[in-house]
Design a protein around this ligand. Structure first.
Ligand code: PMP
Length: 374
């Protein structure tokens, strides 16, 4: 099978990930809940995982790295910590439902959307500049669109937020592991990410990087300050009630070490190379509409959307699946992105790559799409 659905979750993981998970299952207990060896091993693994994330994402305090179930959980924690009733929040026109549904569910919160056309970073930054008025309390912005791979001008948006003293939450779901992500350089209040995509950890893992006061969503035991009726007020304990997903965290640590070993830049340029080739090949097929940046523009990551004339995208997905190729079809939980790009009615077929895909697989994928038109 040729797996091109890494924007949902990466399927091929480094072998070290499953080995670390198996070893954790066999040898580790619950960190902070006992002084015995299995508890100590678990605590060391959690600590090493926070340290690895801290180094990769430009932070200097690993206690500000919080374990979550996924990116959605991390985004809920960040948004619910910062946004208060009566606030106005500015978001990009490419947000995932993990951001937009969370905001729309909050009482008395006004959401402004900086819609801008696809692959136009200057226009996107301009829209943020225009809409970032005094009443905006918080900006939430995705680094990369999960539908189109559009890399938003996050450096410009972060600079604007710093200049105007507005708190910024970055959704790094599609960028962590393949593009530089730096808490410190951006001056972000929070950065949220999954562990199970570009960091090659298992499903059920995510991270929230925190540079701001946080409010817990869940209360419970932390193994610290146990006499108190309230959650501890320090990180990471304030946000980590209950038993940790230690096999998941062990897998995520192995994934982070893989990314560190291969290098974010190398993974990113490998993925861009594959997507550029994909765009070039698909554009040559008559009746295929490809959503790709201008060659060399530097604003598209390892995700590409396309549509086939006269064919519903679900049908394209099914036929590709029959040919042994896994892609994803529809709205990809991001209706705003489709509204920005004009594809809300039809959706798109999305092909997304990881460090493990090859040029040969991309050639086979292009041939399979071409065969649909015959
Ligand atoms: N934001 C973006 C941009 C995403 O692509 C995704 C996953 N599709 C999420 C948030 C949610 O991630 P998770 O599934 O880990 O909760």
């Amino acid at each position: 099978m040729i797996y091109l659905d890494s924007a949902a979750t990466t399927l091929q993981k480094p072998k070290s990930v499953s080995a670390a998970m198996l070893s954790a299952l066999r040898t580790m207990a619950s960190p902070g809940r006992g002084g015995h060896l299995p508890a100590q091993r678990a605590a060391q693994t959690a600590y090493a995982c926070r340290e690895a994330a801290c180094a990769l994402f430009g932070m200097d305090d690993s206690e500000q790295v919080v374990f979550t179930f996924n990116a959605t959980h991390a985004l809920n924690l960040a948004i619910r910590s910062l946004v208060k009733p009566g606030d106005t929040v500015l978001i990009s026109g490419y947000e995932h439902n993990a951001v937009s549904r969370t905001l729309y569910a909050m009482p008395n919160v006004t959401v402004k959307v900086a819609h801008a056309p696809l692959f136009c970073p200057e226009e996107t930054a301009g829209r943020f500049e225009e809409l970032l008025t005094d009443e905006v309390a918080v900006v939430v912005c995705t680094h990369v669109s999960n539908v189109f791979g559009y890399i938003l001008p996050i450096e410009d948006i972060a600079r604007l937020c710093r200049e105007r003293g507005v708190k910024l939450i970055v959704d790094a779901a599609q960028s962590a592991g393949c593009l530089p992500v730096s808490m410190e350089r951006w001056g972000a209040a929070f950065v949220a990410m999954p562990g199970h995509k570009g960091l090659y950890g298992p499903q059920g893992t995510g991270l929230l990087l925190c540079a701001n006061r946080v409010e817990p969503l869940m209360m419970g035991g932390t193994g610290s300050e146990s006499r108190l009726q309230q959650m501890p007020d320090f990180l990471p304990d304030r946000l980590e009630a209950g038993t940790h997903n230690i096999p998941g965290i062990a897998g995520l640590l192995a994934g982070l070490r893989f990314v560190e070993r291969v290098g974010v830049e190398r993974i990113g340029s490998h993925e861009t190379d594959l997507v550029d080739r994909m765009a070039e090949g698909l554009e040559e097929i008559k009746g295929v509409r490809v959503f790709a940046q201008n060659p060399g523009a530097g604003c598209q990551s390892g995700v590409l959307s396309f549509c086939v004339d006269g064919m519903d995208c679900e049908e394209v997905g099914q036929r590709l699946s029959g040919a042994g190729i896994a892609v994803r079809c529809g709205l990809h939980c991001a209706p705003l992105a489709h509204k920005s790009a004009g594809t809300l009615e039809c959706g798109t077929v999305r092909a997304s790559v990881s460090a493990f895909n090859t040029r040969q697989e991309i050639r086979a994928f292009i041939r399979a799409v071409a065969a649909l038109k015959k």
